[in-house]
Ligand binder design. Structure first.
Ligand code: SF4
Length: 224
């Protein structure tokens, strides 16, 4: 990233869902208006929900350089989901004792999660049960229907390109710092969503003009 030019602006309320929605809107709008489609998106974990990663990877073919939002790690010492190996070919998990956890294919919770269950027969006879599902008859492992996209993001997070993206993201954060400190946008003056949109649009224009002035050398003045 050389110039860090702002290509779109979408003002939202400071809530995660709205911000993620705004990111999607801007990606679609930028492609529509400027025929620009990013190869990768760098963002913080607020944008790393399963649904957002699924949309980026499966629908837009955009590399997510985004930390995966994952709450599957367990703090009570029992096995976490990462202790279960997923076998993509058979669509089953294998538990630490080598037993199979399968799904019936029924979506649960938010309609975007499958449950993979071990058999009660296996768990009853398992010596690892106290470390696995001490309070349940058998173990179940939830898997998002967007897990494949989450795995893509996890793999990207191990690459040098991801480290570079994180560095480059700082340039964007500096733009926001500049917006607040220098252009005094820590407080909006116009009312309502339309007022906010106009203020941010003007501020982004000012920032791009600043950039332009630096990128285009000023011709030397000719003596009269
Ligand atoms: S308790 Fe069940 S799921 Fe857990 S390790 Fe044993 S057999 Fe596998």
């Amino acid at each position: 990233m050389k110039a860090a030019i702002i290509v779109d602006v979408e003002a939202t309320r400071a809530i995660r869902q709205a911000e993620v929605g705004a990111a999607r809107t801007m990606i679609e709008r930028t492609e529509e208006r400027l025929e620009l489609c990013p190869e990768r998106i760098a963002a913080d974990s607020a944008y790393g929900s399963a649904e957002m990663l699924g949309w980026l990877v499966s629908e837009r073919a955009i590399e997510p350089h985004i930390p995966v939002f994952d709450k599957s790690a367990r703090a009570d010492g029992t096995f976490s989901r990462e202790d279960f190996a997923y076998d993509q070919q058979s669509d089953v998990y294998l538990c630490p004792a080598g037993r199979v956890l399968a799904s019936t294919g029924t979506l649960v919770n938010d309609g975007a999660t499958l449950l993979y269950r071990a058999s009660k027969h296996d768990c009853d006879a398992c010596e690892l049960k106290p470390r696995c599902c001490p309070k349940m008859p058998s173990r179940k492992v939830p898997r998002s229907i967007h897990e494949k996209a989450r795995d893509v993001a996890r793999e990207i997070a191990k690459t040098d390109a991801y480290v570079r993206s994180r560095r480059e993201r700082k340039k964007i954060e500096m733009l926001f710092a500049h917006l607040k400190r220098i252009l005094r946008l820590d407080r909006l003056r116009l009312r309502g969503p339309l007022g906010a949109r106009d203020e941010f649009l003007l501020a982004a224009t000012a920032q791009n003009l600043r950039k332009l002035a630096k990128l285009i050398p000023i011709p030397a003045l000719q003596p009269a």
